[in-house]
Design a protein. Structure first.
Length: 152
């Protein structure tokens, strides 16, 4: 897996250029716009970040999987099959969460299964708000479902 967290479009060859311009990599710094939009282009990680922001930053994979399976498969909770949910859980575990963790946006605790938003991930809020404005109905319905399931 290549490092999708690097902004390859900068064209800079001297790492000191990044330091002088204030662009040096910091673990708590949000990604550049091109990296952020690249990560948010995929619906599943984008909606994962929406719900982590909504829920205060931490959820388990077991909590995330059914919600994201509904969104990723454009279905309802009632029509969601265990096989589909397991496929999404595996994708989260093997691809989406590691990619976001590699970029410093989330951490993953394998003992508890908790996915936690980092400060850098929290810094994505302006990008998420931009995306949310363009898919407001879908995001609002998704977050309502997540809140309802949490209350039950």
């Amino acid at each position: 897996m290549g490092n999708d967290c690097q902004d390859e479009g900068s064209g800079r060859e001297d790492p000191a250029d990044d330091e002088r311009s204030g662009q040096a990599e910091r673990p708590d710094a949000p990604p550049t716009p091109s990296v952020a939009f690249g990560l948010l282009a995929d619906k599943r990680p984008r909606f994962l970040l929406y719900v982590l922001h909504e829920r205060g930053g931490t959820m388990t994979l077991d909590e995330l999987a059914p919600h994201l399976a509904v969104v990723a498969n454009d279905t309802t909770s009632e029509r969601l099959t265990a096989e589909t949910e397991e496929r999404v859980r595996a994708r989260l575990y093997h691809a989406d969460v590691p990619k976001l963790a590699e970029c410093g946006l989330v951490t993953y605790d394998s003992d508890s299964g908790a996915v936690t938003l980092t400060d850098a991930g929290d810094g994505l809020e302006p990008y998420l708000e931009f995306a949310r404005e363009r898919e407001r109905d879908d995001v609002d319905a998704f977050l309502r479902r997540c809140r309802r399931d949490q209350e039950e």
